[in-house]
Ligand binder design. Structure first.
Ligand code: HEC
Length: 155
């Protein structure tokens, strides 16, 4: 009996130990809350619709880069968390979304990187924050816990 208790404890300790977050964990990642209307402007300004479709938005003047533009939002995407949504904008090749066969065109270049344009050199952090605030409600993603600011008092 004693052996059983000791054995169970050893298993419990090793399982709990394995739960510690690795340095690469996205846990704790949080951007401040952005401005949804500004985010909409960012979305239009950077011409995301050259390759994407988003319900309720259309820009006929844009030259389309894909015969079947990639849909943004909805429930079919593999994007499930806020961190994945941010990642898909700033590091599109990180985890290419699995898609159904409706898109026949190649979404990647020959080197395996996503054909999505990288905006990191041109988009400000504030624009990214606003853009993600705009896109998040279009996805069924787990909302982020924004930083809550304490009340600072001067003595
Ligand atoms: C030159 C074409 C191109 C442009 C411009 C572009 N994207 Fe993309 N984007 C892609 C491709 C291709 C993918 C699919 C990669 C994959 O996930 O397989 C993608 C994937 C995404 C995804 C993940 C989609 C999902 O639901 O799984 C998001 C979010 C996204 N793009 C946002 C944006 C935003 C925001 C902009 C504008 C700032 C933008 N993209 C501009 C080509 C583009």
């Amino acid at each position: 009996m004693k052996m059983l208790i000791v054995f169970t404890c050893i298993i419990l300790i090793s399982v709990l130990g394995a739960c510690r977050y690795s340095p690469d964990s996205p846990i704790g990642f949080s951007l401040p809350k952005g401005d949804l209307l500004q985010g909409e402007k960012v979305f239009i300004h950077y011409q995301c619709q050259a390759c994407h479709v988003l319900d309720g938005y259309e820009d006929k003047a844009l030259v389309k880069e894909f015969d079947t533009p990639i849909p943004l939002g909805g429930t079919t995407s593999t994007i499930k968390t806020y961190a994945q949504l941010v990642t898909s904008v700033i590091n599109p090749s990180h985890k290419l979304a699995h898609r159904n066969n409706s898109i026949k065109e190649k979404l990647t270049n020959d080197d395996g990187r996503s054909k999505m344009r990288v905006f990191n050199d041109v988009m400000t952090v504030q624009e990214l924050i606003d853009l993600v605030t705009f896109l998040q409600p279009k996805y069924q993603v787990k909302p982020v816990n924004y930083t809550t600011y304490g009340v600072y008092r001067m003595l």
